[in-house]
Design a protein around this ligand. Structure first.
Ligand code: UDP
Length: 372
C-alpha cells in the first residue's frame, strides 16, 4: 500500500494532521508504538469511570475557532479545574487567589493581600526575574513560594527552582479575586465520553496501526503483520532527538510514574486534583478521576503521580525547557529543517510544553501550509 503521509504517533497532533489530510484528499497511515491511540490524552473506562491513564487533562482555550474545532469531535461537560494544594496539615486553594491569601494570612481584602506580598518582595531586590524562583518570589512573595511552589516544583522537575525557566510558573494565574478557576481561558471542559473518543473520531476512516514501531517500519518497509507499505512524507511526533539517533546528545525529559488504586468508597478526596506541595511527600499530586465528570459511581479510582527523570525505556512527558536543553533542541531543529519530507510536531517532536489547544493550533498551521 502506498500512502501520501506516514503519521508517526496517534496523539492529538498526529490525529489532527491525519483528519485534515484526509479532508484534503490525502491518504494517510497512522502508526503508534503503544497498543492504543490518543497518546498521553488517552482515557480508558474502569469501574465505569474515565481514567486519565497518562495524567489528568482538561481542555481549555481562549481561541474560539479551536474550541469549535474540538467540539466537532466530542461533547464537553462544564468541568472547571479548581485544584487544591496540601502543605503539611494545611489546605489551600489554587491557583493563587484571594481564597489562598485569606487562608494563608487570615486577611480579607485584595489590598491586605497585595500589601503583604509587596512587603515580602521588597527586600529581595529582584528587578527582572531570570528564573522560576525569582519569577515566583516577585509575583507572590516568600510565604506562598515556600509553601506552595518550591517543594512541588523541585519534585516535578527534579531541579532547583533557580535552574528552571520563568515561563513555567507563568502558566498559573495569579489574581486578587475569590476565583479558584485554574485557567483564565474563555472555554474549558472535559469530554463527556473521555479523550480517547476525540482521537477515535478524528481517525475515523483512516488506516491506523497500533503496536507499531516507526524505526522498525522505516528499516523494513513492512508493518508488523508483514504488509508492505511506502509513503511520500512523514509526520513525526516522537522525540526529535531519538529520530536523529541522539546524534547531538540526549534532550532531557521528565517522566511520571502512576500508582492507581480502586477504592470501595464513593468519594475519596472530594476533588479531581489535589497537589502535595511539601517536598517530603514523595508524590506530586493525587488524581480522583471520577470528579472530572461529576461521577456518582459506587467506587472510585485514585492515582498518585511520582515525577522522575526520563531515561531510555520509559515514557517521556515533559520537555525540560531550560537553557541547556533549549540550546540543544535548537540544533536538532536545524537538522529537522533540513530533513526532507519530514514534518516534526507535538510535545515531543517540537520539544515544547504545549497545552492541548496549542497542539491543535500548531497542527492546523502546518496543515494550512501543507494543503493550501
Ligand atoms: N506549580 C507549583 N505548585 C502547584 C502547582 C504548580 O509550584 O501546586 C508550578 C510547578 O512549577 C509546575 C508549574 O507550576 O511545574 C506548572 O503547573 P501545571 O499545573 O501547569 O502543570 P501540569 O498540569 O502541566 O503538570
Amino acid at each position: 500500500m502506498k500512502y501520501d503521509y506516514l503519521i508517526v504517533g496517534a496523539g492529538l497532533f498526529g490525529a489532527t494532521f491525519a483528519y485534515e489530510a484526509k479532508n484534503a484528499g490525502k491518504k494517510c497511515l497512522v502508526i503508534d508504538k503503544r497498543n492504543h491511540i490518543a497518546g498521553n490524552i488517552y482515557t480508558e473506562k474502569r469501574e465505569d469511570i474515565d481514567v486519565h491513564v497518562y495524567g489528568p487533562h482538561i481542555f481549555h482555550t481562549s481561541n474560539k475557532e479551536i474550541w469549535e474545532y474540538i467540539n466537532r469531535f466530542a461533547e464537553f461537560n462544564n468541568y472547571i479545574n479548581m485544584p487544591v494544594a496540601v502543605y503539611k496539615d494545611e489546605l489551600y486553594n489554587l491557583p493563587f487567589n484571594m481564597n489562598t491569601f485569606s487562608k494563608m494570612w487570615n486577611i480579607r481584602t485584595p489590598k491586605e493581600a497585595q500589601d503583604i506580598i509587596a512587603s515580602q518582595v521588597e527586600g529581595l531586590g529582584i528587578t527582572e526575574p531570570k528564573n522560576l524562583e525569582e519569577q515566583a518570589l516577585s509575583l507572590v512573595g516568600t510565604d506562598i513560594y515556600e509553601k506552595l511552589i518550591k517543594g512541588y516544583t523541585m519534585k516535578q522537575w527534579g531541579r532547583e527552582c533557580d535552574k528552571l525557566p520563568a515561563f513555567i510558573i507563568k502558566r498559573l494565574p495569579l489574581r486578587f479575586t475569590y476565583n479558584n478557576n485554574y485557567f483564565n481561558d474563555r472555554y474549558q471542559g472535559v469530554p463527556m465520553e473521555g479523550f480517547t473518543a476525540i482521537v477515535e473520531n478524528m481517525l475515523e476512516g483512516i488506516d491506523t496501526v497500533t503496536g507499531q514501531d516507526f524505526f522498525d517500519l522505516k528499516e523494513s518497509g513492512r508493518l508488523n503483520d508483514g504488509a508492505e507499505v511506502s509513503w511520500d512524507k512523514v509526520v513525526y511526533t516522537g522525540m526529535i532527538d531519538e529520530y536523529f539517533g541522539y546524534s547531538l546528545g540526549t534532550l532531557e525529559y521528565r517522566s511520571v510514574r502512576f500508582e492507581s488504586e480502586t477504592l470501595d468508597m464513593e468519594n475519596y478526596q472530594g476533588n479531581a486534583i489535589v497537589n502535595y506541595t511539601d517536598g517530603d511527600v514523595p508524590y506530586t499530586r493525587v488524581i480522583e478521576h471520577k470528579h472530572f465528570n461529576f461521577g456518582t459511581q459506587p467506587k472510585t479510582i485514585v492515582t498518585r503521580e511520582y515525577s522522575s527523570e526520563w531515561q531510555v525505556g520509559i515514557d517521556p512527558y515533559y520537555p525540560v525547557n531550560d537553557e541547556k536543553n533549549t540550546a540543544l533542541y535548537a540544533k536538532y531543529a536545524d537538522l529537522a529543517a533540513r530533513e526532507d519530507g519530514v514534518i516534526f510536531g507535538g510535545r515531543l517532536g517540537a520539544y515544547k510544553y504545549y497545552d492541548m489547544d496549542k497542539v491543535i493550533e500548531a497542527a492546523l498551521e502546518v496543515c494550512s501550509r501543507e494543503f493550501k
